[in-house]
Design a protein around this ligand. Structure first.
Ligand code: UDP
Ligand code: MG
Length: 332
């Protein structure tokens, strides 16, 4: 068996500050793996430009023109990290044996790809990169992340603890992923659902080498909502349980009201009435919100809109013989 063809897929969103620092790292790791024949010489790095508004695309296009190791696609607008990753995986599946996805900011230690490949050779179809510490994260991020994983587990959505989107998958896992039609993508939840044999490789997650995080608290919250509602209907069951409890309390309250009425104590009671009213309307609104969240998602899924649109693509076969004049092929 020859060495596997590997594609390293890297999403980038407004990353002109960090790419000049991290591209040499990716480059060195890939060339070293090729030199050691751990991967085939046809292996490549694919950048996914996720609708950047700075000079990211120009930088990536330039790199592709200079060097046949690189390919790039550009999405028509910013679609978010998960969709950008998915677009990259869909772009390369069928042309390789395995795919590694990693962030472009240097936080994922690409030097462990060698270890991932060893697990792959031993038969794993999915190799998760699991961070061995969160020292690089801020206090708030570290603690919200832990709470989040626990919360997800409680709700019954299976994810790999402390694994982000740094992983190796084989082409058959990518093919299986292509069967998942959901618009709200949460790959950390979907990949374990695919099944097959999996393994983990631990790595030290470093700090961002430049630029700043593209995940605002609002985006993280939205990702968390995708994770919960996309993989568990337990919140709906919790609502039913709370509804039963509140109904039981209400029933006791009604008996108590009758009792008070017949004992002639009905003048006072303003505070208790208001408290009950506030409590019940609060519970109702929250429940309605949760149900609405699911309905909204059904609405978006039913439309079945494309998750991303590729606007430009630079591939090896669009490069001329000198390897210098890659054409940006516009998608029809
Ligand atoms: N990213 C993306 N689209 C987005 C947001 C982020 O492609 O809308 C990319 C980003 O360029 C980086 C990766 O996703 O390669 C992870 O983002 P970031 O480092 O900002 O997240 P953090 O590490 O802070 O969670
Ligand atoms: Mg990062």
């Amino acid at each position: 068996m020859g060495s596997p063809v590997l594609f390293l897929v890297i999403p980038c969103y407004n990353e002109e500050a960090v790419l000049p620092l991290t591209i040499p790292l990716f480059d060195a790791v890939m060339r070293d793996l090729i030199a050691r024949e751990a991967i085939s010489a046809d292996s490549k790095i694919l950048f996914v430009n996720d609708g950047s508004t700075d000079g990211t695309w120009q930088l990536l296009a330039q790199k592709c023109r200079e060097d046949a190791l690189y390919e790039a696609i550009s999405l028509s607008r910013n679609c978010g990290h998960q969709r950008a990753l998915y677009a990259g995986v869909m772009e390369v599946r069928g042309r390789c044996d395995c795919i590694v996805t990693a962030d472009c900011d240097g936080q994922d230690d690409v030097s462990v790809i060698g270890q991932m490949l060893e697990r792959y050779e031993q038969g794993a179809d999915i190799v998760y990169g699991v961070r061995n510490s969160r020292r690089a994260d801020s206090f708030a991020k570290r603690h919200t992340a832990h709470l989040f994983y626990r919360f997800l587990h409680l709700l019954g959505a299976e994810t790999v603890y402390d694994h982000a989107d740094f992983r190796l998958i084989t082409s058959r896992v990518a093919d299986a992923l292509a069967e998942f039609d959901e618009v709200d993508l949460y790959l950390r939840g979907i990949v374990p659902l695919v099944g097959f044999e999996s393994a983990c490789v631990t790595y030290e997650r470093g700090e961002r080498l430049g630029g700043k995080s593209r995940y605002s608290p609002a985006r993280m919250f939205s990702l968390a909502l995708d994770a919960v509602t996309g993989f568990s209907v337990r919140p709906l069951r919790i609502i039913s349980a709370v509804g039963c409890m509140v109904s039981l309390l209400s029933f006791i309250g009604i008996i108590w009201t009758f009792f008070q009425y017949f004992s002639g104590n009905t003048v006072w009671g303003w505070s208790s009435t208001l408290c009950v009213l506030c409590f019940v309307s609060g519970v109702q609104l929250i429940s309605l919100g949760v149900v609405g969240e699911y309905i909204g998602r059904i609405y978006m899924e039913v439309k079945g809109r494309p998750r991303y649109i590729i606007a430009k693509r630079i591939r090896g076969d669009s490069r001329d013989a000198s390897g210098l004049q890659a054409q940006e092929r516009k998608e029809k």
